[in-house]
Unconditional design. Structure first.
Length: 255
C-alpha cells in the first residue's frame, strides 16, 4: 500500500452514503454504533484521549455512517473506536457477513474461538499472536512455537516493538482487531507478508477487501439482537455480549 491510510480509506469508501447513525455508545470496554439499517458494530475502547477529537459537533446521531466511520482515523483513540464501530456496523451485518468470504472448513457449532478453529492448522508452525488473549497458552500448548506480542506485556510476553524482529519469520500471525484503533495494523500486515494473517476479535471488520490485502482469515463478531447487546454493554443484565450474537470465522479463497 502506498500509504498506511489506504486501508482505512478503502473500508470507509465501501460504506454507502445513505445509512446514518441511530445511536452510539463509548463504553469502558467496548464502543457500539447502531445504524439506520438496524445493524450494530463493536470496537474495543482504548482509553487514550491525549489528542483533541476530530468531530466538533454535539452528537453523532443522525450523521451519515460513512462520516462517522471517518473518525477511525482520529488519534484520540476513544473517538477512533467509535469510528471503527461505525465501520463494523456496516460490514458485520449478518446477511452481509455471509457474503464476506468462505467459512473455514473446520468450523462447527461447537467451535467458536478462532484459536480453536486454527489449532490443527498451526501444528508445528511458528506462530505469533498480537495481543494477549485469555488462556491462549493453554489453547496452543504443545502445538506450535508460540510468541505473544503485547503493549502491556505479562510475564513471558514480548513488548510490542519486538514485532519488527519476530513477525517476518512467522508462519501464522493472529492480530487483534483493536490494532485498527491504535493504527498499528498497516505496519503489522507489512511485516507479516510471509505469514498467514488472521484478524481476530469483535473489533474485526468482516470486509472482503481485507482478503484482497493479503489477510488469510477473519474472526469477527455479528450481532443478532441489538437490544440485548446494548443491555449487556451497559451492565443491565448478567449476559455477556457473546450471548447477543456470534463470532464468524472466514478464510480467503484458495488461489
Amino acid at each position: 500500500m502506498s500509504s498506511p491510510w489506504q486501508l482505512y480509506d478503502e473500508l470507509i469508501a465501501g460504506i454507502p452514503e445513505e445509512p446514518t447513525v441511530v445511536s452510539y455508545q463509548g463504553g469502558y470496554n467496548w464502543s457500539r454504533v447502531l445504524s439506520s439499517e438496524g445493524s450494530v458494530g463493536l470496537a474495543m475502547t482504548i482509553p487514550v484521549t491525549t489528542r483533541p477529537a476530530l468531530f466538533k459537533g454535539e452528537s453523532l446521531t443522525g450523521l451519515p455512517l460513512r462520516r462517522a466511520a471517518e473518525l477511525v482515523k482520529s488519534w484520540n483513540y476513544v473517538e477512533a473506536a467509535i469510528g471503527l464501530a461505525a465501520i463494523n456496523s456496516w460490514y458485520n451485518q449478518p446477511q452481509r457477513a455471509e457474503r464476506c468470504g468462505f467459512i473455514h472448513p473446520e468450523v462447527s457449532d461447537q467451535v467458536r474461538e478462532a484459536f480453536d478453529v486454527y489449532a490443527e492448522e498451526v501444528q508445528g508452525k511458528k506462530v505469533t499472536i498480537v495481543g494477549h488473549f485469555p488462556f491462549i497458552e493453554k489453547r496452543f500448548a504443545g502445538r506450535c512455537t508460540l510468541s505473544i506480542l503485547e503493549r502491556a506485556p505479562e510475564m513471558g510476553d514480548y513488548p510490542d516493538p519486538a514485532c519488527e524482529y519476530i513477525l517476518p519469520e512467522q508462519d501464522y500471525v493472529f492480530i487483534t482487531g483493536s490494532t485498527f484503533v491504535n493504527k498499528t495494523l498497516p505496519r503489522l500486515l507489512e511485516l507479516s507478508r510471509q505469514a498467514r494473517v488472521v484478524l481476530v476479535g469483535p473489533s474485526t471488520p468482516l470486509a472482503p477487501l481485507l482478503f484482497e490485502r493479503g489477510v488469510y482469515g477473519l474472526s469477527g463478531f455479528v450481532t443478532t439482537d441489538p437490544e440485548r447487546l446494548e443491555n449487556a454493554l451497559r451492565g443491565a443484565s448478567s449476559m455477556t455480549l457473546f450471548q447477543a450474537g456470534w463470532m464468524v470465522d472466514q478464510i480467503r479463497a484458495k488461489r
